[in-house]
Design a protein around this ligand. Structure first.
Ligand code: ADP
Ligand code: MG
Length: 332
């Protein structure tokens, strides 16, 4: 079987001579949403990189302003997952040509999110090549308070923020070719489109979770895949109640009933947060953020693995899992 991206990272990039000796002050290296480096007694620097490739992570010929927005939003999602506050970012850009209209719109989109998040551009690199965007975000988090993937404890509740599956439901609607014959209400298409290109920043939510939650991750590859990272890192399992999954009105309108659960748990690009918290935090969490923002969907258990419970109480085998680069033959 072909190596998936996580096996590939473990085998080739976590080799000892690449990662040791760790520098003084390194609190977390490979394995979480951000690396953490202690920079003062009070603060840790959180940093994370994401790469977006034309035709793989966004449709060919997509609106450059929306692309600029999406690129920075998906990177900031990893800071949110650690409970960090954004500081600055660097931008690597490979461009097939210097198209000024494209660049004006792209930089406008980036600037809109830079202003909204308070994360400013401090450097980067530009070169000619197939359209590729690489952003590294930097943020800070009070020492010892970062949200990590490895702290889930048996008995904890499992939560998500935002709704699930909207970006996956948007995928067939993104290309201009498909837009005329989708047969959906304009408001549905607009809402799904927005979920894909402009996922709501979760930075203040992530910061509010500090001290209340035991583990957290952002939803980039789909709930099934991302929650499994928490379970693996924490040495636990979980059961999720399928009827508690938060689904938007647009998703319900666009997706056939039998496709809803598989798409909600398997679809990527949601960019909400998934986290676990002790039951004793339940009231505080719901009071601080509201039950509309944080949705309790299941429970951490001793038995490893991820189980899905249908409303009739039976466990349901679920086929679809999150998006993994390199797990198939041609999705590099
Ligand atoms: P995320 O989805 O949160 O961006 P990934 O799933 O891409 O995280 O990566 C999982 C972990 O592997 C992260 O800690 C990331 O920093 C690390 N990682 C990814 N690619 C590489 C690489 N080429 N070299 C070293 N570490 C990597
Ligand atoms: Mg992440």
């Amino acid at each position: 079987m072909a190596l998936d991206e996580f096996a590939l990272i473990r085998r080739y990039f976590e080799r000892r001579e690449l990662v040791e000796p760790a520098p003084d002050g390194l609190v977390a290296g490979i394995g979480d949403d951000c690396a953490l480096l202690s920079v003062s007694p009070a603060d840790e620097l959180a940093f994370s990189m994401d790469l977006l490739v034309d035709g793989v992570h966004f449709p060919r010929d997509c609106d450059p302003r929306l692309l600029g927005q999406r690129a920075l939003r998906v990177n900031l999602s990893d800071l949110a997952a650690m409970g960090a506050e954004p500081l600055c970012f660097t931008l690597g850009l490979a461009l097939p040509r210097a198209d000024e209209c494209w660049l004006e719109a792209f930089s406008q989109g980036l600037a809109e999110v830079a202003v909204e998040s308070g994360c400013v551009l401090v450097g980067g690199d530009v070169t000619r090549g197939p359209l590729t965007l690489c952003i590294q975000v930097h943020g800070t988090v009070p020492a010892g308070q970062a949200l990590r993937r490895d702290g889930a404890v048996v008995g904890d509740d499992v939560y998500v923020t935002g709704t699930l599956g909207d970006a996956a439901a948007a995928l067939p609607l993104l290309g201009a070719v498909h837009r005329a014959d989708h047969g959906l209400a304009e408001a549905t298409v607009a809402a799904l489109h927005e979920a894909y290109y402009q996922p709501a920043l979760q930075l203040t939510v992530g910061q509010a979770l500090r001290g209340l939650v035991s583990a957290a991750i952002d939803l980039s590859d789909g709930l099934a895949s991302d929650l499994q990272h928490i379970l693996t890192a924490s040495g636990a399992g979980a059961t999720i109640e399928l009827d508690r999954l938060p689904l938007s009105a647009a998703f319900l309108d666009a997706v056939e009933e039998e496709e809803r659960w598989p798409m909600a748990i398997g679809g990527g690009d949601d960019y909400g947060l998934c986290f676990t918290a002790p039951q004793s935090s339940r009231r505080k969490l719901e009071n601080a953020l509201g039950t509309e923002v944080v949705r309790r969907i299941g429970r951490i258990e001793t038995e490893p693995g991820l189980r899905w419970r249908a409303p009739d109480g039976t466990l349901r085998p679920m086929k679809r899992h999150g998006y993994r680069h390199f797990s198939g033959s041609d999705d590099g």
